[in-house]
Write a protein that binds this ligand. Structure first.
Ligand SMILES: [Zn+2]
Length: 392
């Protein structure tokens, strides 16, 4: 999986270990994912895996020297003069660069990134593009970071609704469905104060409901149906696969390390352009059926919601409806409403209880209330964000 580097260049460096203040001349090279330090005293060469190397001074594009250490084996430091080694190290261990410090909180694994880059190269060479299999290789932390970026850029930085009672109710519903989803990771569900009827799944088991969807829904069962469908997308890794397909793994790897040259300037924009295939929508619906059943929530809610949406899509549009994606888009990317209604309606009956109590449902409806700006105001004052096309 790791490509062999042809005859790695060697550099002169100075190594000091913690035991003595003196430093000694050493020969240094970067080979097979490690900095290798030959001490020239007949002793064993030191291998410092790139992923574990740290530097007090991040490597800049114009760095003329580098001072690194390997914290796991306390004490040793290596100093290498000259820009060539700095450039080589920055290329192979991007976590040491000044640019990547912006993403320090994420700190994913260099080995994983190198492996991904090698896979991406293979994919590029062989023109082989199983986006979902590749998406599965992304570490969880990376998927979460991507998801946050998608949410940030998709909601145009608009407020997350945080009325405490509303949040409690949402947490109850999210947990009930999450537990029923059979996924390894619980879904994180938030509501964004956006005046559009939509909800979407972002990478890393994250789901965003836009405020107007809550206002439009008639019952907690309807919202539960929508959430179950979005969880379906999440379980099938549709958001991750969409990004892999759109920008490629190399760009994602660059994104992880903050070293991208604008390849993923605004990753949310990619998602807004994607939409899912009919096949993906069917998969999400099939998952939704199972989730609702395990959660013992009636699928009547999602049927009612689809019916209302199809009526609205047939009606003349106002400015907001345009932002939700046109009826034509829905036709192109979604199975027909009739087909979906029939699929849900054909499910055998099972025992159900309401998704939320009526008190919880009222609280969820008010999650953006109490101090949040009114819809009219926020619509006028907020910049128009590129909201993903309707994904329900
Ligand atoms: Zn969908």
């Amino acid at each position: 999986m790791i490509a062999t580097l042809s005859a790695p260049q060697t550099f002169d460096g100075r190594f000091s270990d913690a035991r003595s203040a003196a430093s000694r001349e050493v020969r240094v090279r970067i080979d097979q994912g490690a900095v290798i330090i030959e001490r020239g005293d007949g002793g064993k060469a030191l291998h410092w895996p790139l992923a574990r190397i740290d530097t007090a001074e991040p490597i800049t594009a114009s760095a003329g020297d580098v001072l690194i250490q390997e914290p796991a084996r306390a004490g040793g430091t290596l100093f290498v003069m000259g820009p060539e080694f700095a450039r080589e190290l920055a290329r192979l261990a991007p976590h040491l660069t000044a640019r990547s410090r912006r993403w320090q909180g994420l700190r994913p694994f260099v080995y994983v990134a190198l492996t991904l880059a090698a896979i991406a190269a293979l994919v590029h060479i062989t023109d082989f593009s199983p986006a979902r299999s590749l998406a599965r290789l992304l570490p969880h932390g990376t998927r979460v970071a991507l998801g946050k970026e998608v949410i940030r850029s998709s909601t145009g930085g608009r407020a997350v609704c945080e009325n405490p009672k509303g949040k409690d109710a949402l947490a109850v519903l999210a947990k009930r469905l999450s537990d029923a989803s059979g996924g390894k990771t619980a879904f994180r569900v938030t509501v964004a104060d956006v005046d559009v009827i939509n909800a979407f799944a972002a990478p890393g088991e994250q789901i965003v409901i836009l405020r107007k969807l809550l206002e439009t829904a008639d019952s907690a069962d309807e919202v539960a149906g929508v959430l179950a469908h979005e969880m379906g997308h999440g379980l099938e890794l549709h958001p991750e696969s969409g990004i892999v397909r759109a920008v490629g793994l190399i760009a994602i790897t660059e994104f992880i390390f903050g070293g991208n040259g604008g390849t993923i300037g605004n990753i949310g924009l990619y998602l807004t352009q994607l939409g899912y295939s009919r096949q993906a929508e069917r998969e999400a619906d099939a998952r939704a059926v199972g989730i609702l059943k395990s959660a013992q929530i009636s699928n009547r809610g999602i049927i009612d919601f689809f019916k209302r949406m199809s009526k609205m899509d047939g009606a003349p549009k106002d400015a907001d409806a345009t932002a939700t994606g046109s009826a034509l888009d829905m036709l192109r990317t979604h199975p027909s409403t009739a087909e979906r209604l029939a699929m849900f309606a054909a499910q055998p009956a099972y025992p159900t209880t309401p998704a939320l109590t009526s008190e919880q449902w009222r609280a969820l409806k008010g999650i953006c209330g109490q101090g949040a700006s009114t819809p009219e105001k926020s619509e006028k004052s907020a910049p128009r964000a590129p909201v993903p096309q309707r994904d329900i």
